[in-house]
Write a protein that binds this ligand. Structure first.
Ligand SMILES: Nc1ncnc2c1ncn2[C@@H]1O[C@H](COP(=O)(O)OP(=O)(O)OP(=O)(O)O)[C@@H](O)[C@H]1O
Length: 449
């Protein structure tokens, strides 16, 4: 994929990297006139944002740097982001910056290449959207920013936030052309999008890789006006070497970035948000349903996600029902609490998945039974409890699942991640604790029953 000529490319990524500095990170890089192959980028498990824009790089003012600690988001952004976007941002309750926003935004606005490291739920999406709104021109009918996401669910989430920030000012006195944001997601109406892209290209496109490739192949999607490319929550490479230093080294080697990339590292020691309490219960395979029920009855979550691993091929071939279905049936028959039980899994068609998510987003308290499809990028701040009915397959998956709760940056409320494990899985959990540097307390069975 070609970036536009004389463009500066910026990459931001969330590397959920364990050793030597385990953390979630984003990386902002500036290649010049480079080709970036999204689908074949390999070797890191991360969340990434690439953006390209014509920057008049200027050094970060020392004064701004020192004063940034006490600045509001508006003060940090006001010379860059249009006023009505800042107004919307404040209406949405974003007044003070999170750590990553405070540290990253001045660097991004300065046009420097940089890498950002920050925990899940720390406000990276707003960070890159503010950068996008600082760069694109709503009067220009051309795709100026492209955000590539791995799943339809994350795409819907990002589109929602982008549209909320871009909403036209309520005040009729304020004349402002609104930004247009298109969601080009798998399972969507590609024919309709095709006409839209041809007739009046939107300013921002949020796309899954499949839909994007189709549009690129048919040459409907033109990248010549693109100034920012974001790759969000995408696997760039093997999870076995998720080390940001190595990643950065490779990016420089591949010339995706200039050599003087800035590395902004927020909370370098602990990748896991500190507002999370982790605990585990050991039980036999047949006791898991009953144990989950006891946990739900004693925790009384406001809302929660119960993560179940995907059904194995072997189990499918044997004609067994998936664990999600069994669990939903069990909960519907025995739960009896006030929360609504909702299913979200890969096997569902796009419409059913969208319906489940919109039901969840309407609020009112729910228990979402889900595979890892809900583990990345989905932002449901009302979730207070995560239950790993099945232990995730990797430490990175653990981090992403856990990061679906505790998503209120300025709240001191503790949220809980509970793991229902078999005795032979203890060492796996221990490994995740070591890799991600968190502590998981054992809950003794008697106290629950
Ligand atoms: N400055 C802010 N003030 C208050 N809330 C904020 C602020 N910035 C972001 N948030 C809220 O914090 C939550 C998490 O933000 P966001 O989804 O951007 O995190 P993230 O770092 O991208 O997480 P992940 O890596 O898990 O995708 C969202 O509900 C968002 O609305």
């Amino acid at each position: 994929m070609a970036s536009s000529t004389s463009a500066t490319v910026l990459l931001s990524l969330t590397i959920t990297a364990p050793s030597p500095e385990p953390t979630t990170c984003r990386c902002l890089l500036q290649p010049r006139n480079r080709y970036l192959n999204l689908s074949s980028s390999a070797n890191y498990s991360n969340k990434a944002l690439f953006s390209s824009y014509n920057s008049n790089s200027f050094p970060l003012s020392k004064e701004l740097e020192t004063n940034c600690n006490s600045l509001t988001l508006r003060e940090i952004c006001q010379d860059h982001v249009p006023d009505h976007v800042l107004g919307r941002m404040e209406e949405l309750g974003h007044v003070m910056p999170t750590d990553v926003q405070r540290e990253a935004l001045p660097v991004l606005f300065s046009g420097n290449d940089c890498i950002l490291h920050a925990q899940t739920g720390s406000g990276k999406t707003l960070t890159y959207l503010l950068l996008i709104y600082s760069v694109i021109n709503p009067k220009r009918s051309a795709v100026q920013a492209l955000i590539v996401v791995p799943t339809r669910e994350l795409g819907m989430q990002v589109t929602k936030v982008a549209r909320m920030l871009a909403a036209k000012p309520m005040d009729p006195e304020v004349e402002q052309k609104s930004y247009t944001v298109m969601a080009l997601l798998d399972g969507g109406m590609l024919r309709r999008h095709k006409s839209w892209l041809k007739a009046e290209p939107p300013n921002i496109v949020v796309a899954t890789i499949g839909s994007l490739s189709q549009m690129l192949e048919k040459q409907i999607f033109k990248l010549d006006s693109m100034r920012i490319l974001v790759v969000d929550e995408t696997v760039f490479a093997s999870a076995s070497i998720p080390q940001h230093r190595r990643f950065l080294h490779d990016c420089i080697q591949q010339k995706w970035t200039k050599g003087d990339v800035v590395h902004v590292h927020v909370n370098p020691v602990k990748p896991m948000p500190s507002c999370l309490l982790h605990r585990f219960v050991i039980c036999g395979r047949k006791e898991k349903h009953r144990l989950l029920l006891s946990l739900l009855q004693s925790d009384l979550p406001e809302s929660g996600i119960i993560f179940v691993n995907e059904q194995s091929e072997k189990s499918k071939k044997a004609g067994k029902a998936p664990s999600t279905t069994l669990l939903i049936d069990f909960l519907k028959a025995s739960y009896g609490g006030s929360l609504e039980i909702i299913l979200l899994e890969d096997n569902m068609n796009f419409n059913s998945r969208a319906a489940s998510l919109s039901e969840v987003r309407q609020g009112g308290g729910h228990l979402l039974v889900s595979t890892d499809i809900a583990a990345r990028g989905i932002d449901l701040p009302e979730i207070t409890h995560i239950y790993n009915f099945d232990l995730p397959k990797t430490a990175i998956d653990y981090l992403h699942r856990a990061g679906r709760t505790g998503r209120k940056p300025f709240s001191h409320k503790k949220c809980t991640v509970s793991n229902i494990i078999l005795s032979e899985e203890c060492f796996v959990l221990q490994r995740y604790e070591n890799e991600l540097m968190f502590n998981c307390e054992e809950l003794i069975l008697e106290t629950l029953c």
